[in-house]
Design a protein around this ligand. Structure first.
Ligand SMILES: [Zn+2]
Ligand SMILES: [Zn+2]
Ligand SMILES: [Zn+2]
Ligand SMILES: [Zn+2]
Length: 407
C-alpha cells in the first residue's frame, strides 16, 4: 500500500517536468473537520485551493494523457470515447453546442474508481440564455431542467483502457493507449457524428458548426479532400473555429489565510488593497461590477477574502463542510435547492466555484449584454458514485449580479 501511495504522489506531479509540479494537480484537503463548525467555515475558511490561469508553458502539458487542469480551448477528455451526447452537449435554451469553460483534475485516491477524476464545465456564451437559466436552476428537478451551464464528472480507476498504469513522462512522447473519438472539425470539443456528405471526411457535432466551417473555408477544401488521389491530404485540424475561449493552464496554490487576516487589519471595506500592476485591471473590473450594488456588506467580506489573491479564477475545497464564498447575499441556494445525484440519488456537496475574473482572462467585454456572473458554484455527488455513464452530469448554481438579473 505504501508504495502505491508513493506512486500516487508521483502521478500527481507529472503535469510538469520540473520540481514545481507539486502544486499542479488539485488535491483533496483531508481536514479532520467533523462538520460541527460549519457556520465558521465561510469566515475562517481553511483548506481552500485557489486556481490561477497561466499560458501553458509546454504545448504538451494540456494533452489528456497528462490529466490537465485547464480553461478555454478544447477539453482534454479523460474518457476519450464515450463523450457527452445529444442534449447533454447543447444549451437547453438556444440549442447551440456548449462552449468549454474549464476542467479540473480532482483525483479522489481513497477510492479505486476515482483514481483519475476530472470535472468539466461547459456553458452557452449567450447572456440571454444565462438569464433564462437563472429561473431553471431553482426548479429542484436536476434531471429534467434546461440549463445553459453544464458540469460533467468523469472518473477512471488507475487500471483502465485509456492510460498507462504508471505516470506519463512529460516529454510529449508518451501517447495515450487509445485514440479518441473523432471530434467536430469546427469546435474540436464534441463528437463529430455528422459527416460532410461531399468529402466524407470532415465531421461535425452539429449542422451549425458544419455551415460555419463551410463558410470559413471548407467550401474550398472540400473538393480537394473528396478527391481520392488526395487522400493523404490531412484533414483540417480540429478546432478551426475562432470562437473558443483562449486556452490556459490552471495552476493551483493553497489560499493563504494568515495574509488574509492581515488584510483585515489594513484594508477598509471600501478601499482596494493595492495589488500588483498586472492584477489591477482584473480586480478593478470586478470591483466595478459592484459599484451599483447595494449588497455592500456581503461584498466587502467577499472582496476582502479575495483581495490577497485577486487573480484567482477558481476556489476548490472538497471538505464536505466547506461552503462557497458568495459575492452577494441574495440568490443563494438552500440545501433543498441542490438536487440529489441523478445516478445514486445521494446528496451533492459543494466542491468548487468559478470566479468572474475568468471572464477577464477570456477577453469577454464588459458590455451590458456580455456574458457575466458573480460566481458559478459546482456541487458534485458526495460519494462521487460510479455508473455506466462516463460523463455524469453534476449541478451548477450561478449567482448573477442584480443588474444582470433585470429584464
Ligand atoms: Zn444558449
Ligand atoms: Zn462542433
Ligand atoms: Zn467536405
Ligand atoms: Zn452519485
Amino acid at each position: 500500500m505504501d508504495s502505491d501511495l508513493n506512486n500516487l504522489d508521483s502521478l500527481r506531479i507529472t503535469s510538469l517536468d520540473d520540481d514545481e509540479g507539486d502544486e499542479d494537480a488539485i488535491e483533496m484537503d483531508d481536514d479532520d473537520d467533523d462538520g460541527d463548525d460549519e457556520a465558521e467555515d465561510e469566515v475562517a475558511g481553511g483548506g481552500v485551493t485557489l486556481g490561477f490561469v497561466e499560458k501553458p508553458k509546454n504545448p504538451h502539458s494540456l494533452l489528456r494523457q497528462f490529466f490537465p487542469s485547464k480553461a478555454g480551448g478544447v477539453p482534454a477528455w479523460l474518457d476519450p470515447l464515450n463523450l457527452p451526447w445529444g442534449k447533454f452537449r447543447t444549451c437547453g435554451f438556444c440549442g447551440e453546442p456548449l462552449l468549454f469553460l474549464l476542467q479540473i483534475y480532482a483525483s479522489l485516491p481513497e477510492k479505486e474508481s476515482t483514481f483519475h477524476r476530472i470535472l468539466y464545465v461547459f456553458m452557452c456564451p449567450s447572456m440571454s440564455c444565462l438569464l433564462k437559466d437563472q429561473h431553471e436552476q431553482w426548479k429542484r428537478d436536476g434531471e429534467n431542467s434546461c440549463r445553459s451551464v453544464k458540469v460533467f464528472r468523469c472518473q477512471l480507476p488507475r487500471s483502465n483502457p485509456f492510460y498507462s498504469f504508471d505516470p506519463p513522462k512529460h516529454n510529449g512522447r508518451n501517447e495515450p493507449l487509445t485514440a479518441g473519438a473523432e471530434l467536430c472539425c469546427w469546435c474540436g470539443t464534441w463528437v463529430g457524428d455528422k459527416i460532410c456528405s461531399n468529402c466524407r471526411r470532415a465531421r461535425y457535432c452539429s449542422e451549425k458548426h458544419q455551415s460555419m466551417h463551410w463558410r470559413s473555408g471548407h467550401k474550398n477544401d472540400c473538393r480537394r479532400l473528396a478527391n481520392p488521389s488526395e487522400a493523404s491530404v490531412p484533414i483540417l485540424g480540429n478546432a478551426a473555429c475562432r470562437t473558443l475561449w483562449p486556452e490556459y493552464e490552471i495552476e493551483n496554490e493553497d489560499e493563504c489565510l494568515s495574509d488574509y487576516e492581515h488584510s483585515e487589519d489594513t484594508s477598509s471595506a471600501t478601499s482596494l488593497v493595492p495589488v500588483q500592476n498586472k492584477t489591477d485591471e482584473a480586480f478593478q473590473s470586478l470591483s466595478d461590477k459592484f459599484a451599483a450594488d447595494n449588497d455592500k456588506e456581503n461584498f466587502a467580506s467577499f472582496q476582502q477574502r479575495i483581495a490577497k489573491a485577486p487573480e484567482q479564477v477558481l476556489r476548490y475545497c472538497r471538505d464536505l463542510a466547506a461552503k462557497p464564498l458568495w459575492p452577494l447575499s441574495i440568490g443563494r441556494p438552500t440545501k433543498a435547492d441542490i438536487p440529489r445525484c441523478n445516478y445514486c440519488k445521494g446528496p451533492r456537496s459543494y466542491e468548487f466555484q468559478i470566479m468572474p475574473q475568468l471572464l477577464y482572462y477570456f477577453g469577454v467585454r464588459n458590455d451590458p449584454d456580455s456574458l457575466d456572473w458573480g460566481t458559478i458554484v459546482v456541487y458534485t455527488c458526495s460519494g462521487s458514485c460510479d455508473s455506466s455513464v462516463s460523463y455524469k452530469e453534476e449541478f451548477a448554481w450561478v449567482q448573477l449580479y442584480p443588474t444582470c438579473a433585470m429584464p
